[in-house]
Design a protein around this ligand. Structure first.
Ligand SMILES: [Zn+2]
Length: 403
């Protein structure tokens, strides 16, 4: 049943049994892993693409949540730019106030703090929340929902901007989120969020964007329908090139802002591209199967030839690839990653060991699968020595390639 409107959800792909994508077990603790059925479908009524099974939020977003938004220079620049835009265009009233849902390690709010503007991060994962707090950013460690939003409103007054990046698509209970936004947002304020875009996922076959945390895969059509259902208007959309293609949605109270032409244009484009039709999603499923078949065949051949193959980037995305395709330590001996909290642990489900990224050039394997393909340029630049010494990158979206 659709989490937004209650209609039937037509399943279009089943990735089978999958682990939590951002929980890296210690090598001797792999028996405790939590698994669920990762299947995805589209609502026959409101077209919202969503998972069919929900993972309890406390299992995903806990004090040991290992993802740090500040890990990439490009993302730091992206969020600094976002903050500057808010300061210039939205936070211009007397004593303005901005709230960020899922503020992670404070990558966006840092710029707001520097400007001396009132702010509050709402971040349930204690580890990353503490990092931002140590930098003088104001954070409350809790989940954003109707109740916590009412509390913030009572203590801090209305928010001119409520922002969220790569967070709203994580939250199944959008009804409570919107009621919270309704309680907290100033009359003329905006609720702005950016998340992976379904149109890019279909076009680039980036099936690994589908994992436990990505409960919704948003389109402009489905977000507009949801906004209207909860008493708001979608007033602007903007395409972003980060994380493999995202859209930034701007939502406001009805009648408070003009709706830009970009909204209608993207809705028309989605209709033309068949993004409301089941056959489009069946084709996507066929592409996923083909990519996995090609990737496993390549890895088996390279191993048979005696080549050393590693992974690069112990991303949440890589959990879907390794577990759905059945890639374990027999095909990929180790995954290199820059996050210290993941070192010495193993990949969820597949149990491939995770080691510090310096190992790539120290051990100079023959091939490295780039699991963090959303940071491809930045990583290839940083690990140039690997390629210069004859190492080759394997990417698998939109299809399997060696470079
Ligand atoms: Zn629906």
């Amino acid at each position: 049943m659709c989490r937004i409107c209650g209609s039937t959800v037509g399943e279009f792909f089943d990735f089978g049994r999958q682990p939590l994508s951002d929980t890296f077990p210690e090598p001797d603790r792999v028996d405790d892993e939590f698994f669920f059925r990762l299947a995805v479908g589209i609502c026959e009524s409101c077209a919202m693409v969503q998972l069919l099974e929900e993972v309890p939020r406390d299992r995903m977003f806990h004090d040991g949540y290992p993802y740090h938004s500040s890990g990439s220079a490009r993302m730091r620049e992206h969020f600094a730019g976002t903050a500057r835009r808010f300061l210039r265009e939205e936070l211009t009233a007397d004593d303005p106030f901005i709230v960020e849902i899922g503020s992670n390690d404070g990558v966006m709010l840092r710029t707001i703090r520097d400007a001396g503007v009132r702010h509050l991060g709402v971040e349930p994962s204690g580890g990353v929340a503490d990092l931002s707090r140590a930098e003088g950013i104001r954070v409350v460690t809790t989940f954003f929902e109707e109740e916590s939003a009412r509390r913030i409103r009572a203590e801090d007054g209305p928010a001119d901007v409520i922002f969220a990046a790569n967070t709203i698509c994580h939250i199944p209970y959008l009804d409570s989120i919107f009621r919270g936004v309704d309680a907290l947002l100033a009359p003329g304020g905006v609720f702005v969020f950016e998340d992976p875009y379904l149109g890019d996922i279909l076009e680039l076959n980036t099936f690994d964007q589908i994992y436990d945390e990505h409960f919704y895969l948003f389109s402009v059509n489905s977000v507009r329908a949801a906004a209207r259902r909860f008493g708001f208007d979608l007033v602007d959309v903007q395409r972003l090139s980060v994380h493999g293609g995202e859209v930034r949605y701007t939502i406001a109270r009805p009648g408070t802002r003009p709706v830009t032409a970009a909204v209608e244009a993207m809705i028309a484009e989605e209709r033309e591209r068949g993004m409301l039709e089941h056959t489009t999603f069946e084709q996507f499923g066929a592409n996923v199967k083909r990519i996995c078949g090609d990737l496993v065949e390549l890895l088996r051949r390279l191993r048979a030839e005696g080549k050393r193959v590693v992974g690069y980037g112990a991303t949440a995305k890589s959990a879907t690839v390794t577990n759905y395709c059945g890639i374990g330590p027999d095909l990929v001996e180790v995954v290199y990653d820059t996050t210290p909290a993941k070192h010495g642990r193993v990949m969820p489900g597949s149990h491939i060991p995770v080691r510090p990224a310096s190992g790539l050039t120290e051990t100079q394997p023959d091939y490295a699968i780039l699991f963090a393909w959303n940071h491809e340029e930045e990583i290839k630049q940083k690990e140039k020595a690997f390629h210069d010494a004859g190492g080759r990158w394997i990417t698998y979206v939109p299809d399997v390639r060696i470079s």
